[in-house]
Design a protein around this ligand. Sequence first.
Ligand SMILES: O=P(O)(O)OC[C@@]1(O)O[C@H](CO)[C@@H](O)[C@@H]1O
Length: 369
Amino acid sequence: MALVPFVSSAEDEPIWNKYLWQKYLESGEISKWLSSRWLLVECYFYRRIKQIFESSYAFKLYDPFRVQKEHLLESKLADLKILADYTVQILENLPKEKILRVWSHFSKFLKITLWGNHYDLSRPVQGTVEDVKILQNLDELDSHILIDDSEEIWKTLHANESNNTIDFVNDNAGYELFCDLCLADFLCTSLLAKKIQFHVKLMPWFISDATVDDFNWLLHVIAQNSQVVPSFSVLSVRWKNYLDSGIWILKNEKFWTLPIAYNEMKSWDTKLYEDLSNSTLILFKGDVNYRKLLADKNWPTTEYFKSVLQSFHPTNLAVLRTVKCEIICGMKSEEAENLSAREPDWMLSGNYAVIQFDRHEIVKNETKF
Ligand SMILES: O=P(O)(O)OC[C@@]1(O)O[C@H](CO)[C@@H](O)[C@@H]1O
């Protein structure tokens, strides 16, 4: 069965169809469900679901995954409260803290948002996501972080003093998004960030990816529970203030729901590439973003992160990802083989993670936007 072109008045239709046409020209045949690249087929599948609703009058904006996403967040409300209490307590004392302690908080918030990526509905265990108590088990989880470039990220943010713009390319709604917002709050309160842009999805995507509605709904849920959870009230007021004052900006560009690898972003969406180039740091979250950074290729596991990014170097960038599919880079020699011998499914289990960083270096003849 073929991946037929889209018939839609949506703004992403021409670019989707141009991409499918280009694949046809490259291979000489129409892309098919069973023989095309995994990334293309998966993205096409979710875009196709969107098209079904798009063409209906009453269900144009319907999100078929909303119930699942709401259920996941509701089932995690107790953990949200624990994290909210922790965040409020740390941030209240932050101005008095010494720099070394601020670093240790930074590293903790990074790890919290890293493991938040575990809560992804595209790979549920028997209909629900297997629970890990992130905050309570943070230190034990350290041995499962295979690559940790947190210090490099910290140095980069410090080098630019308090002038940083940070871009989050978010992943899952609900608990993971809540972790992202706690990190973002930490970055603003500690003056490591002056402005933060969140990039969420334009349409329901990979079941639990966050959309603008999910973002607003999360804020609504914590505001609604403010009476009973005082830390929700603190965060809810502060986060609304960040958004109202333009310190936090919410975006949902069409590029994130295209099947295009990031090394091709500059030619397919120059404006987005330019916008990201003005940032101090881009934080990519999750497995699919990782796949797009690596152009979904099976690189040698020891290949440098910088080289797998190919031509994608808009600015400093980092990826925080729990490992859920069989591609990875930047590992030490024989590390992957040793892990495979011990735990054959380590690349699929989501029990391992990476924090990888690429420092931006201006290369000769590069146009810096
Ligand atoms: O991007 P996320 O939320 O971390 O992961 C999404 C995911 O579950 O979906 C894909 C399979 O459909 C895999 O790449 C990955 O395991």
